[in-house]
Design a protein around this ligand. Structure first.
Ligand code: GDP
Length: 265
């Protein structure tokens, strides 16, 4: 991290967490994609003009920040330099939910890529579920990539019979496909490359390997929330959305129930 006197007055970064009117902003600095972290408020910003959304600044937003010499603590007690968000840059995408009779509540902005994780085994490949995820991504105008994980658990013949036809069909429909294994590291570099300088999200059923893949892409990263497997099953979730920085540039979104959000769009 940079020392105070090296930090420019105006920086451009991404909101990686939002809580109680405070926004944690991550920004490139001195050639490092995640060299700077600030804790910011939105002084004055929100009063201008008519609001089109109920939350003017959300996780994923690219913002311009005026840095301040003061320091404050974030929700985890880390001391960070403070700043004021001056403006929000136009969004590349918005994922949110419409609230009846109210303005749209945006959950995450600028999501670039939905990476659909399907396991080849444990659980077996479920093409019906794959279709559902693809429809959700398309319905939200999000680019989708298909990742067949746990490929190490298949014999060559099983791979040819079970994965190759689905992969060929998906490719013919224009979807990029990857085969990965957190056991052999197959496909991990390709996955990481695909995520570089983008905001990506893993979606997929419980147990397919989302947390394991996240940890391979970014060692030490712990996805604390898995996907909500099925809507309405009453599993408790929080609504906090976090962007985890990836060393080479870009972020992985950690959000409970992104599938739910996509459905409610
Ligand atoms: P999540 O619920 O989607 O986050 O899935 P996890 O990452 O928790 O993985 C579920 C289980 O699958 C764990 O026991 C992992 O060790 C295992 N697993 C994940 N990826 C692979 C893989 O590529 N190959 C094998 N053999 N097991 C894997």
């Amino acid at each position: 991290m940079a020392t105070d006197d090296e930090i420019p007055e105006i920086i451009r970064g991404s909101v990686i967490r939002a809580s109680g009117g405070w926004y944690e902003v991550d920004a490139p600095h001195k050639g490092k994609p995640h060299g700077l972290r600030l804790i910011c408020q939105t002084r004055g910003l929100l009063k201008k003009g008519k609001r089109e959304v109920s939350q003017p600044v959300v996780v994923g937003d690219e913002v311009e920040v005026r840095t301040a010499p003061t320091h404050g603590a974030n929700a985890r007690g880390e001391r960070l330099q403070e700043g004021s968000i001056l403006r929000v840059f136009p969004r590349r995408s918005e994922l949110g939910r419409a609230r009846y009779g109210k303005t749209k509540q945006i959950t995450v902005a600028n999501l670039d890529l939905v990476i659909i994780i399907m396991s080849a085994r444990e659980p077996d490949l479920n093409t019906h579920r794959l279709d559902r995820f693809l429809v959700l991504a398309e319905a939200n105008d999000l680019e989708a990539v298909i990742c067949f994980n746990k490929i190490d658990l298949l014999k060559k013949k099983e791979f040819n019979q079970e994965i190759v036809p689905v992969r060929n069909l998906s490719k013919s429909l224009g979807y990029r496909c990857l085969t990965t294994s957190t056991e052999t590291d197959e496909g991990i570099d390709e996955l990481r490359q695909l995520m570089t300088n983008k905001i990506s999200s893993f979606v997929g059923s419980s147990g397919v390997g989302k947390s394991s893949l996240a940890c391979e892409v970014q060692p030490g990263l712990h996805l604390w929330i898995g996907e909500v497997m099925d809507i309405g099953k009453g599993r408790h979730t929080t609504t906090e959305v976090t962007l985890h920085p990836i060393d080479g540039g870009g972020y992985l979104v950690d959000t409970p129930g992104i599938k739910t959000v996509m459905l409610l769009e």
